[in-house]
Design a protein around this ligand. Sequence first.
Ligand SMILES: *Cc1c(COP(=O)(O)O)cnc(C)c1O
Length: 360
Amino acid sequence: MSPIYNFSAGPACLPEAVLKQAQQELLDWQGAGMSVMEMSHRGKEFMSIAAQAEADLRELMAIPENYKVLFLQGGASAQFANVPLNLLRGKKSADYIYSGQWSKKAIAEAKRFCDVNVAASAEASNFSVLPAQSEWRLNSDAAYLHYTPNETIGGLEFHWIPEVGDVPLVADMSSTILSRPIDVSKFGVIYAGAQKNIGPAGLTVVIVREDLLGETVPGMPTMCDYKTMADNDSMYNTPPTYGWYLAGLVFAWLKKNGGLAAMAEINERKAGKLYDAIDRSDFYANPIDPSCRSWMNVPFTLADAALDDAFLSGAKEAGLMTLKGHRSVGGMRASIYNAMPEAGVDALISFMADFEKRNG
Ligand SMILES: *Cc1c(COP(=O)(O)O)cnc(C)c1O
């Protein structure tokens, strides 16, 4: 049987070694006599799983001591509200960068809580290029600046970190966290739903600078307050224990495989060869300016959209799954997070060349 490669944008493929370890430990975690799913979150077994996962994530991302790491629920979408609720801190407005569909959602939610200044937008280019920071109209009194380093649907990615001085920088890193080393000290808050590049759906990781905690709006729901979650080691209520455990297995897998520097090298190479294959051909196209093409999500169209269904069914027969583009964009999208082996990208490229030969 030839291998199956899953190009889903999220929930996305997980490292096979991680799934095998989870399978092995499913019924009896390391002699505890029970599954991780059945353990009290306050028992010593799960406490050790939780602490190890956090320690490994801190090591991988070189997270400074003055940051809290939270393991929450609600997805990145809950953070669209939690960010203004926690970070407005008496201010009335926040800056947002509009780079695609996820930042659009973040902006819409923030408007429920504050004045949103869209400091820059990629709309004029139909979201094919990011506006240079020299063109941004930042508000010096903004409570924070929010941006989306990787737009999962459009495939538009920042390969640089905005400079915002003393204004806290907030990043929705759902689809790019752990894809490369980043300087965490440049950020006030980093958040990410786990189901792209961390682990299974149901877990949300929030990394927040300590001095930003504790000054919230009146009537703040307890579950939305980052300080409550930080003070209780993300165990104010029952955390998503199994997702936390699986994320920990992924962190250990990343460490074993060279950490984020090694991932960056592989990810750049995987994306580079796929974009090269697209650019070499008149049959396939990607609309994004080469300076901001995503390493993680590669959308592409066929010259003749009437061939889309044949492409998708042929790909499926070849073991290449979930390549259909987002319903709002059409065409194809290959999501190639850390867990996608390079061999999967090679298999996709060779299927694409073969399909072009037969149909071009
Ligand atoms: C998937 C995604 C989201 C939404 O995540 P949920 O966990 O479903 O709320 C938000 N932002 C980005 C960049 C995403 O890729």
